[in-house]
Design a protein around this ligand. Sequence first.
Ligand code: ADP
Length: 216
Amino acid sequence: MRVLMVAPPGAGKGTQGALIATHFGIPHIATGDLLRDHVARRTKLGLAVQRHLDSGTLVPDQLVLDMVRRAIEAAAATSGGYVLDGVPRNMAQARALYQVGLELSMTANVALHLKAADDELIRRLLARAALEGRSDDTEEVIRRRLAIYHEVTHPIVAWYGARGILVTVDAMRPAEQVGREILAALEVMRAFVDHVPEQVRTPVDLTGLGAAFGEP
Ligand code: ADP
């Protein structure tokens, strides 16, 4: 199973990414965590990216892509699967990642979109700020990260829709419920991701499912 997640800050990429990784026994490749680790260890990469992380702007594509390529190479040599969290974040990264995937025979077979409204995301991130103290969880920086998401990240969702690998989940509900729905959808897809050519897949939209079953 090779899953990439596209979601705004606060939608639960970290939580759901960890759940998917444990469930399928695949590595959770979280670019934000990897970058923060570089900053903490004061590596050359860490020193180069710190101001981007603090201000909530995107790190230059090539720095992230080199780091992600190494992680995907490692994944190819072990489980052959992955869950990508935090990349791609713009169209250039989506294209480059696809090329890396082709080269390594590691293209994603599911693009998981976690959908949530801005006011809920801001509320969650401010609540987390009080607990974790991440340098980019101030209201000003949160608003900038959301604006960047809407401007350059969200448009790539349609690209995965056209490729037929998109699964959209309503991430406004409690994490356990969202997680159950994600695992159920991925379990269904697991049976055929390796057998069905990418071209014939159709987008899956689960956002209306809760309402259809009478959930608020
Ligand atoms: P969030 O999604 O909540 O903003 P992340 O931990 O995914 O949190 O990312 C934190 C920061 O790391 C981003 O604001 C950005 O500066 C940097 N970053 C992470 N992934 C990428 C990426 N693919 N391209 C550029 N910058 C990135």
